[in-house]
Each structure stands twice: as structure tokens, then as C-alpha cells.
Write a protein that binds this ligand. Structure first.
Ligand SMILES: [Zn+2]
Length: 67
């Protein structure tokens, strides 16, 4: 378990005040913006230890090439 994933229908892929109040500092929170039913921007966030704010994390997509 490394984190949580949820979508924001017709809202930007940024944490809301609700997200911050219900998050823990030691997990990653991936948010996908869904605009009119179509997935858009995907971001990942980690809450500061004092729970004051989220900071953005880089998302790495790894692919395994077949030999
Ligand atoms: Zn949210």
C-alpha cells in the first residue's frame, strides 16, 4: 500500500480542502481530473508532516521492454 487514487469530475487535478483534511502524511495521493467524462491531467501529491499543505510529486511511468 503506497497511496490512494481518486478522480475529480469537472475539477482540476489538485487536492481540495476536503482531501487535505482527510489525508495522512505518509501516503501518495494520485488525482485524475475528469472533464465531461474524459480523463485528463493526472497528478500525485504528498501531505507535509504538519499536514499544512500538499506538495506535488513526479509520476514515473515504467515500461518493461520484451527481450
Ligand atoms: Zn480530491
Amino acid at each position: 500500500m503506497v497511496g490512494w487514487y481518486h478522480s475529480h469530475p469537472d475539477h482540476p487535478a489538485r487536492p481540495s480542502a476536503y482531501d487535505r483534511e482527510h489525508a495522512w502524511p505518509w501516503y501518495s495521493y494520485v488525482i485524475v481530473s475528469v472533464q465531461s467524462g474524459a480523463p485528463g491531467e493526472m497528478t500525485s501529491w504528498r501531505l507535509a508532516d504538519d499536514r499544512a499543505e500538499f506538495s506535488a510529486e513526479a509520476i514515473a511511468i515504467r515500461q518493461h521492454a520484451s527481450a
